[in-house]
Design a protein around this ligand. Structure first.
Ligand code: DQQ
Length: 542
């Protein structure tokens, strides 16, 4: 493993080398977590898609296995694209994936474990019935027809699956149904679609409980569940909440649809956090989200360093008590990597003050901080036209003094802060309430000229009169994952500092607003390296 490189991560999932993109078919099976992923075995750029396969007992430490799927058959010579795993009654898992042929015509295919009693599910066998869904249905565009979801059973026992697509510029989740998982029929109406989005990749559809953080596996529970429909388009993962009518297999959006009325619910408002996929963890009764995090340092640099792409930290996901949005939080197991806690006592942060968070490996760290604001009537007025958080963050960057804010964390900061990545808040008010804005300013994150340094922003749905403003940020060399308001707004950034690497990196808590604020708590930890065991091909004896 190339650990010496400054941008390799220590506790994010990544293969030893080459290109990785979408997480595929995550699963908990017979005591083992499985992660499959789109992988190019030959280079650090996209191509030759296979399903890489790694296993874990804790979702933190991993063992890489041999690829689960390689393109071997005519219907997939262009690559084994994304898909999902469904566990059939009786417990047998099946992979449902897209094959692209040499013309990039896409079809849906099945693969089964050779030995379902093997908890590692090392070998997979493709179904002789493949392709089980070909793109031959009248109006389907054969090169925009892919990424089957996990299938579920409707109240009459029939299997249901969604497939992403596009017809005349309209993004679509097609619904197919089957009695035997082999012969599939397209439903008359698409499950859902939108004219505002373009092609939908990697749809995901799952129930969430309205009154508990616990994950839900059963699609037929009605009273206390809502449903999440996620689609990947325009470089981001967007979701809507709604209801699933089990009698008709229809989905009805609750409140606002994709990209409607200035609302845009995204899992993450930062760098490209894309093609995500959830699974139900039967062991701990929770729903876990994985996503592909792209590089932002140019193809040439990817080739030079010999790898491209990370997976996000696995996040637990559940519905907020308001019922309006999802909450995400890094799975608890990540905390097993924490060591050497540093606590900074509560204190007033006057205008212009900053405090170094020393005594930790600041390039490989986890930090939790919270702030309390008084005299909130003094907050700046919010202009009605300021409805795009990313734009406000770009215009009012970390250098721009306001009244309340910017305050937050400066991470991956070089000695004299020539380089730094700043995660911060601003608080505004309008005639009815206060508005909390969370920003990630990357404009000074690297001296490099080729790095994408776009800044990010999101509104955090909290009331600072009632609640503290909290931030948790996990830093891992070239990735900074931030969770505002206990997981109400997430911003992930890829950063490539030249000076602020390894031991040279520093971290500060700061307030650059005109008004003083109280930092009520700060705990920070160095993070240990996760153990990742590379795949070693064993010679067959005899
Ligand atoms: N990546 C896969 C496709 C999917 C896309 C190909 C999303 O199946 O639509 O590598 O990143």
């Amino acid at each position: 493993q190339t650990t010496k490189q400054p941008y390799r991560t220590a506790y994010h999932f990544q293969p030893p080398k080459n290109w990785m993109n979408d997480p595929n078919g995550p699963l908990y099976y017979k005591g083992v977590y499985h992660l499959f992923y789109q992988y190019n075995p030959y280079s650090a750029i996209w191509g030759n898609m296979t399903w890489g396969h790694s296993i874990s007992h804790d979702l933190v430490n991993w063992i890489h296995l041999e690829h689960a799927l390689n393109p071997t058959d005519p219907y997939e010579l262009g690559g084994c694209y994304s898909g999902s795993v469904t566990v059939l009654p009786g417990g047998r898992p099946v992979i449902f994936y897209t094959g692209a042929d040499d013309q990039n015509f896409q079809s849906q295919n099945l693969a089964f474990p050779k030995d379902p009693s093997d908890p590692y599910l090392k070998e997979w066998v493709k179904s002789p019935n493949n392709p089980v869904i070909a793109a031959t249905d009248g109006d389907i565009d054969p090169s925009n027809f892919r990424d089957p979801t996990t299938a579920w059973q409707a109240s009459d026992g029939t299997w249901q699956v969604l497939i992403g697509g596009k017809i005349d510029g309209r993004g679509i989740a097609f619904r197919y149904h089957s009695n035997d998982f082999v012969k599939w029929t397209r439903s008359e109406k698409p499950f859902h679609s939108s004219t505002r989005t373009g092609m939908w990749e990697c749809p995901d559809f799952y129930p969430v409980s309205i009154d508990s953080k616990d994950g839900v596996e059963n699609y037929l529970k009605k009273e206390d569940t809502k449903f999440v429909l996620k689609a990947s388009f325009l470089d981001h993962d967007h979701y809507v909440l709604g209801f699933y009518k089990t009698e008709t297999n229809e989905f009805e959006v609750d409140i606002t649809d994709f990209m409607e009325d200035n609302t845009d619910w995204r899992y993450d408002y930062g760098s490209k956090f894309y093609a995500s996929k959830t699974f139900f963890d039967g062991e701990k009764k929770r729903r876990i989200l994985w996503a592909w995090i792209l590089e932002a340092n140019g193809r040439e640099n990817d080739k030079k360093k010999g790898w491209s792409g990370l997976q996000s930290l696995p996040r637990e996901v559940w519905l907020s008590t308001s019922g309006k949005q999802l909450i995400q939080w890094p799975i608890q197991e990540i905390e097993s990597l924490r060591k050497g806690k540093v606590a900074i006592h509560a204190q007033e942060l006057e205008s212009g003050s900053f405090v170094e968070v020393g005594g930790i490996t600041a390039a490989q760290a986890d930090v939790e901080v919270s702030f309390e604001l008084t005299n909130l009537e003094d907050a700046e007025e919010m202009e009605p036209s300021w409805n795009d958080p990313q734009l406000i963050c770009a215009q009012k960057n970390a250098a721009e003094e306001g009244k309340f804010g910017p305050f937050g964390l400066r991470v991956l900061a070089s000695n004299n802060s020539t380089e730094e990545t700043v995660v911060f808040f601003r608080v505004f008010k309008n005639h009815t309430r206060h508005i909390v804005l969370m920003c990630n300013d990357l404009s000074r994150s690297s001296l490099s000229k080729v790095v994408d340094k776009t800044s990010f922003g999101a509104f955090v749905d909290i009331d600072p009169l009632q609640e503290k403003i909290s931030l948790r940020t996990l830093i891992d060399h070239s990735i900074v994952e931030s969770f505002g308001g206990e997981g109400k707004a997430c911003i992930t950034a890829r950063v490539y500092p030249i000076l602020a690497i390894d031991k040279e990196a520093k971290m500060f808590v700061f307030n650059k607003g005109n008004l003083s604020i109280k930092m009520s708590k700060l705990n920070a930890w160095s993070m240990k390296e996760a153990k990742i065991v590379p795949f070693v091909k064993r010679r067959k004896s005899g």
